[in-house]
Ligand binder design. Structure first.
Ligand code: KG4
Length: 337
């Protein structure tokens, strides 16, 4: 079973080839065009996808040493994501499936993030999580705790009611006049700062749901008050501010995850999404492994941010089950799992 996968849900154009569950290539073109705007501009993203998609798919096939005629199916992210971006990948995948006479496989982007833990290169010996496991999916657009019972059986136990964790970190950086995306900048700065220097309000949300918009607002007011007395406050305390904000985000995430583990009794816990690159969050996971007997799974960085390898893996399971998608099924912008 040889499958080509295409991912274009946000601002990265990706293509990957998987054969019998083994990843042969994984190509991504990132879009620098958004940097000067401090966030993804949907219209610019879809135009860049149009420019990137042909070379990215070509590169993935070339790198895998696979010809178009050797493909058994084409997988594509059908949603959720930015509609204009999704349409580029979905139209391209449908066109290719039609031209080659091969079936189309639809992949839910969020399921792809979870199944990133099963991506395997030929010499890869990392253990895969056994079912059932819990997955903390934290990215620029999502913060969810997911119970995973099978590749096609996932349930959201809790999720953000407003901003995502990555969005909070991005906004923290933006408020301090730092660049975009803010998450990696905060991560780097935080390593030189004192995480206990400042205390920010934590939300009191019921159950396993999250909220990050209050933290963002309290950070903004906190800075405004301090700047009144000391105009150089941000400049001089940048690292301490980053470290304290990051600590708060990680504590909020882990508090609910601890609770999910207690309530479900499931102690195999995976981390997914762009924010899983974060040093403090990774440390918190490893700490749970040492102190609480969890077994934790943290994928390599290449499979945490948006990528087509995870879409290929998710698509591979579906193609094996002959779960194909009609060519007239439209892309979708929003969904739950
Ligand atoms: O999964 P992802 O690539 O796609 C989106 O959902 O857009 O996640 C991107 C998010 C951004 O908010 C970015 O700031 C954050 O992941 N991120 C990080 C780090 N690397 C990326 N956040 C904290 N620490 C990092 N090292």
């Amino acid at each position: 079973m040889t499958l080509l996968a295409i991912e274009s849900s946000c601002d990265d154009t990706g293509a990957a080839v998987v054969r019998d569950g083994v990843l042969l290539s994984n190509t991504t073109a990132s879009q620098a065009v958004h940097e000067r705007y401090g966030g993804v501009v949907p219209e610019l993203a879809s135009r860049a996808h149009q420019q990137n998609i042909v070379p990215v798919v070509d590169a993935a096939l070339r790198e895998a040493g696979v010809g178009r005629d050797q493909l058994d199916a084409i997988a594509v992210t059908l949603g959720p994501g930015l509609m204009g971006s999704l349409l580029v990948g979905v139209s391209f995948a449908k066109g290719m499936a039609l031209a080659l006479g091969k079936p189309l496989v639809e992949v839910n982007h969020l399921q792809g993030h979870v199944l990133a833990h099963f991506v395997r290169t030929p010499d890869d010996t990392r253990p895969t999580p056994p079912y059932p496991f819990l997955c903390l999916l934290v990215s620029g657009g999502n913060s969810q705790i997911i119970r995973v019972d099978a590749p096609d059986k996932m349930a959201v136990l809790g999720q953000t009611i407003d901003d995502a964790a990555g969005e909070a970190l991005d906004k923290c950086a933006k408020t301090m006049g730092l660049g975009y995306p803010g998450g990696p900048i905060i991560d780097r700065l935080a390593r030189q700062g004192d995480p206990d220097a400042f205390t920010f309000a934590k939300p009191a949300i019921k159950g396993l749901d999250y909220s990050f918009s209050g933290l963002k607002t309290s950070f903004l007011y906190f800075l405004r008050d301090r700047i009144k007395d000391d105009p150089d406050f941000i400049e001089t305390r940048r690292a301490d501010l980053a470290a304290s904000f990051e600590r708060t985000v990680v504590e909020i995430l882990m508090q609910k995850l601890d609770r999910a583990v207690r309530e479900t009794g499931i102690r195999h816990v995976a981390l997914s999404g762009g924010v899983s690159a974060n040093t403090a969050l990774r440390r918190a996971f490893l700490d749970r492994q040492e102190r609480k007997g969890w077994t934790v799974y943290i994928p390599p960085f290449a499979y945490t941010t948006d990528n087509a390898a995870m879409i290929a893996q998710a698509g591979y399971y579906k193609a094996l089950a002959r779960d194909f998608c009609p060519l007239d099924k439209p892309a979708f912008a929003r969904t739950v799992l």
